[in-house]
Design a protein around this ligand. Structure first.
Ligand code: PRX
Length: 631
């Protein structure tokens, strides 16, 4: 198992080793895992194609590293501690032994239903243990999992299934989320009408609702499990075979299937998990994310299980049955390491402080933040009221594409600075570049954040579209991976992420492409054109402000707004609903037809004092009208 860094001096020396000889550095980490055959070459790469291969020729199965190798030493230790939506229902402790057996059985169910190495299997599930088990079962048989967040609509699900041609869908009759139940099977059925590649759908009974089962396609998971073999050998995989696809938003309307491979992802997931959280053997670790996002993949499932940790998995939401739920769970399970998103912190900060003070939070040792920039007020509230000024806050910057945490404090080891992700992890070589693509050296500088050397868990491609991968990440600044984020490096060399510099917005820590939301809005019959921008929002970090040009002969009112919201919910899901919709006669465009979002952003922010140079606009007068109608 990976040894963690224990002091700042050690961090410095490991960092410099990782830069002077990355291959030796990562080979040493990789050697701590269980391989069926050792690799021949640690790294082969160029960022032009791009081609990145780690531990080439190595053979392994990641589930042997998450499960089998722990059984002797910690077989009876809790691997997954599941906390249900309803606080009065019992939590479930699944030991490593039990998890191993359940993964093997599930893997056999997948095989029985036609699943095999290389297949893409879509998981559209609530936050129940079966989701984590299904993820690992795919990995056990060498199938590529594609988890789709259970808040996505039927159309969004179908688009993702079709893009990677999944042959099996694992879903549930429904799921509980706070006071709501979500009819996943109904949504899945609608999606599958347009998904010819799906041959079998395996359904978990979770909410006991009446569902229709399609003959020859749908099977109940409990029926399948009733008579299935317990043992399932782990498929031998190449280090560079794919582990999963995870769709995320980009600057076009089409979601991107970010593809990660097995060996490098595994090494970096455990390395980053252990070092950032400084996890100890008996710790209870809780990441509140959903497995539908990268945070859940890397830091609910793979990272903690690779490290042999106890990972809490929570079915519900922070405000159900009330705003004390997170803290009640921390007290109940004596959580030591707690990892959440700024949007959740801000939402809870807005509630009565008694929701916090009613609970004993003294078990907490490390707090984490992820997904968006954390504002100083939220940082301080988290530090004072949750950490009692006694828990380091690790503000972890990373992305779906990076697979693991890239810039972050190591808890208790490296220095903190509120709102700063601070320093790169060993093995990570960030740099800032200016508008001309020149690297900016020295400190107290600002620019676009790039990474100039490969790290093991970086994306390898976008499913079915390597050229888009090249263009999006490797062409803006040749020879470097471009993150899409702006960043500051202060006088002490600490990094602070300032937000996206592309057409992507971050709403409640969820990435959203402006074009994706605009396309959905444009599906409304009376909308001629729309433009989306982000604006500062107290809870969500960024809210969505939509400007819509409507057909002139149609009356527009609040009903039209509701219809537009319904359209977005239908096409993407409720997470993408605009917070504000303004009907406008036109949009500020350059003579070449490009929407000047900078101006729209300023108006949405309520800052119209200086809109900058508007002389290149096709019709500058439209700005006055938009300003007057701003919401
Ligand atoms: O803009 C950055 C922001 O979230 C983006 C990545 O989103 P996604 O792929 O959905 O992954 C989220 C979970 C890792 C980044 O490009 N972001 C993520 N973490 C931080 C952050 N911005 C500031 N500070 C962070 N700690």
């Amino acid at each position: 198992m990976i040894q963690k860094i224990n002091s700042f001096e050690e961090y410095q020396s490991e960092y410099s080793k990782s830069v002077s000889n990355p291959e030796e550095f990562w080979a040493k980490q990789a050697e701590t895992f269980q391989w069926k055959k050792k690799w021949n070459k640690t790294l082969e790469w160029n960022f032009d194609e791009p081609k990145v291969e780690w531990f080439k020729g190595g053979k392994l199965n990641i589930t042997e590293n998450c499960l089998d190798r722990h059984l002797e030493e910690r077989g009876e230790k809790t691997a997954i501690l599941w906390e249900p939506n309803e606080p009065n229902k019992p939590a479930i402790h699944i030991t490593y032994n039990e998890l191993h057996d359940r993964v093997c059985k599930f893997a056999n169910v997948l095989k029985k239903n036609g699943g095999k190495k290389g297949d893409r299997i879509c998981l559209y599930m609530p936050m129940v243990p079966e989701l984590a088990i299904a993820v690992l079962a795919c990995a056990r048989i060498g199938a590529i999992h594609s988890v789709v967040f259970a808040g996505f609509s039927a159309k969004a699900l179908a688009e993702r299934i079709n893009d990677s041609q999944c042959n099996i869908l694992v879903t549930a009759d429904g799921g509980f989320r706070g006071a709501k139940t979500i009819d996943l099977k109904t949504i899945a059925d609608e999606a599958l009408e347009n998904c010819l590649s799906i041959k079998k759908s395996i359904i978990l009974k979770r909410i006991n609702s009446e569902v229709s089962m399609k003959q020859d396609r749908d099977v109940w998971l409990h029926d399948e499990l009733a008579s299935i073999d317990l043992s399932c050998d782990a498929e031998e995989m190449d280090a560079e075979d794919s582990l999963f696809i995870l769709y995320t938003s980009g600057s076009t309307g089409q979601p991107k299937g970010v593809q990660h491979t097995i060996g490098g992802y595994m090494v970096y997931a455990e390395y980053s998990f252990k070092n950032v959280f400084q996890c100890e053997e008996d710790d209870i670790y809780w990441c509140t994310a959903d497995i539908g996002w990268i945070t859940g993949h890397s830091y609910i499932v793979y990272g903690p299980l690779l490290a042999g940790a106890t990972t809490v998995m929570f079915e519900g939401v922070p405000t159900y049955p009330d705003a004390g739920r997170f803290w009640e769970v921390v007290e109940k399970h004596k959580v030591n390491l707690f990892y959440t998103a700024p949007t959740a912190i801000r939402a809870l900060q807005a509630c009565d402080i008694d929701f916090v003070n009613n609970y004993d939070l003294s078990s907490l040792r490390v707090l984490g933040s992820v997904g968006e920039p954390i504002n100083v007020e939220a940082w301080e509230w988290y530090n004072e009221h949750i950490g009692k000024q006694n828990c380091p806050i690790v503000d972890t910057w990373w992305q779906t594409e990076t697979g693991g945490m890239m810039i972050s404090p190591l808890a208790g080891i490296t220095e903190l600075k509120p709102t700063y992700a601070t320093l790169p992890l060993p093995g990570i070589q960030p740099c800032l570049v200016d508008a001309d693509g020149e690297e900016i050296f020295g400190n107290d500088v600002e620019g676009n954040l790039c990474i100039k050397y490969p790290w093991p868990s970086m994306l390898r491609t976008l499913w079915g579209d390597h050229e888009r991968c090249r263009q999006t990440y490797f062409s803006t600044y040749p020879g470097k991976y471009f993150t899409g984020d702006g960043c500051k490096r202060d006088a002490d060399g600490m990094y602070r992420i300032t937000g996206r510099v592309d057409d992507v917005i971050n709403v409640s820590g969820h990435r959203m492409g402006t074009a994706e939301v605009e396309n959905a809005i444009n599906e409304h019959e009376a909308v001629i054109e729309s433009a989306i921008v982000g604006y500062p929002h107290d809870i969500k970090g960024q809210g969505i402000y939509a400007y819509c040009i409507m057909e002139t002969n149609k009356a527009v009112n609040d009903t039209t707004r509701k219809e537009i919201l319904a359209k977005v919910t239908d096409i993407i899901g409720p997470i993408a609903k605009p917070d504000k919709i303004q009907f406008v006669p036109g949009l500020p465009k350059t003579r070449s037809g490009k929407i000047m979002r900078r101006i729209l952003r300023k108006i949405a922010e309520g800052d119209t004092s200086n809109l900058g140079d508007t002389s290149t606009l096709l019709d500058p007068s439209v700005i006055e009208t938009i300003k007057k109608g701003a919401i």
